[in-house]
Design a protein around this ligand. Structure first.
Ligand code: TYM
Length: 327
């Protein structure tokens, strides 16, 4: 039996090279060895202020990118979260077994809420229980994500264990799977902050659908330091970030990379990183244009996955409702 994998991305901006290296690329690599479920988590994207028509467009774009990046619909189920209403039903049920203290410890909430605590929607706080519902609904074994989501998957484990302890063994307890390279790509304009879809700066990230000239410019302008030698040193955040992108894309070892760049300067490194990024995203862009030319194909893929997933959803929800005394 293949292990079941579940993961998702928020349609809350344009997918960037950090998202790609931290998540989607690894899903594509392991397609054949897993039973795969990938979701566009549109109900997570409404936990902060948003524009409904923009959300609709972002969902379409992200589904198109899933396919263009190589998530072959013959090898995975690929759907939009809000098309399966049980995600929110299960999220409510899990909210009732999740202590406030557990949610208060979530670093992403603390980062996002800042000084606006009294004004943000409650959904931003309970968001990790919706994420737990996404994962547990499908009895998933593995959750391949970037480093920033590890704490949420660990919380999901705690929620599953608590539920199983209180109500009987209903859920598989999932494992986070974090890539060795590329799990935390930093902003090109500021290597001390994580690359993010919502950051403002024009040269913060490279989006998969960015104009290639702009992508190159962003990398050539990447913030580094005044050093010269090209070595993997986490203290030199900008350099380390560029080398990590290069390592993730080329698959070379750190030693090979250090030897390759011996005697070369930051300008050469940036040029080669830009080449590697463009070589990766150019074909994705071409496939994206082809695929999105036929929206009915994409609608068909989404509907088929929802139909495929229905029996798993019904089975889990039946067990949950019985265990909790609703049936
Ligand atoms: P999201 O949409 O912020 O990010 C999607 C994926 O990209 C990874 N990622 C990164 N990896 C490397 N470097 C970065 N700078 C970087 N930024 C983001 C994330 O770790 C993630 O894997 N809550 C989730 C979405 C979600 C989910 C789920 C994931 C909802 N339900 C169930 C897995 C399972 C999120 O906001 O990811």
């Amino acid at each position: 039996m293949k292990k079941r994998v579940f993961s998702g991305i928020q349609p809350s901006g344009h997918l960037h090279i950090g998202n790609y290296l931290g998540s989607i690329r690894n899903w594509v690599r392991d397609l054949d060895s897993r039973d795969n479920i990938f979701c566009v988590v549109d109900q997570h994207a409404i936990t902060v202020d948003y524009d409904p028509s923009e959300l609709r467009a972002n969902v379409r774009e992200l589904v198109g990118l899933y396919l263009a990046c190589g998530l072959d619909p013959d090898k995975c189920n690929l759907f939009v979260q809000s098309h399966i209403p049980e995600h929110t039903e299960l999220a409510w049920l899990l909210t009732c077994v999740t202590p406030m203290g557990w949610l208060e410890r979530m670093t992403q909430f603390k980062d996002k809420v800042g000084s606006k605590r009294e004004r943000v929607g409650t959904g931003l706080f309970t968001y990790p229980t919706l994420m737990a519902a996404d994962i547990l609904l499908y009895q998933s074994h593995e959750v391949p994500v970037g480093d920033d989501q590890k704490q949420h998957v660990e919380l999901t484990r705690d929620i599953a264990e608590r539920f199983n302890h209180k109500f009987g063994e209903v859920f598989v307890v999932p494992e986070p799977v974090i890539p060795e390279v590329g799990a935390r790509i930093m902003g090109f304009d500021d290597p001390t902050v994580k690359m993010s879809k919502s950051a403002e700066g024009q040269h913060h990230s490279v989006a998969l659908l960015d104009d290639l000239k702009k992508a190159r410019k962003t990398i050539m302008r990447a913030v580094t330091d005044s050093g010269r030698d090209i070595v993997f040193d986490p203290e030199r955040a900008g350099l380390y970030n560029l080398l990590s992108v290069y390592q993730a894309l080329t698959g070379q070892s750190r030693d090979e990379i250090a030897t390759h760049f011996e005697g070369k300067g930051y300008g050469d490194l940036k040029k080669e990183v830009a080449e590697a990024v463009i070589a990766e995203i150019e074909p994705i862009q071409a496939r994206y244009r082809e695929l999105t030319a036929d929206p009915s194909h994409i609608d068909g893929v989404l509907a088929q996955s929802v139909a495929n997933l229905r029996p798993i959803v019904d089975q889990t929800m039946d067990a949950v409702r019985r265990a909790m005394g609703h049936r």
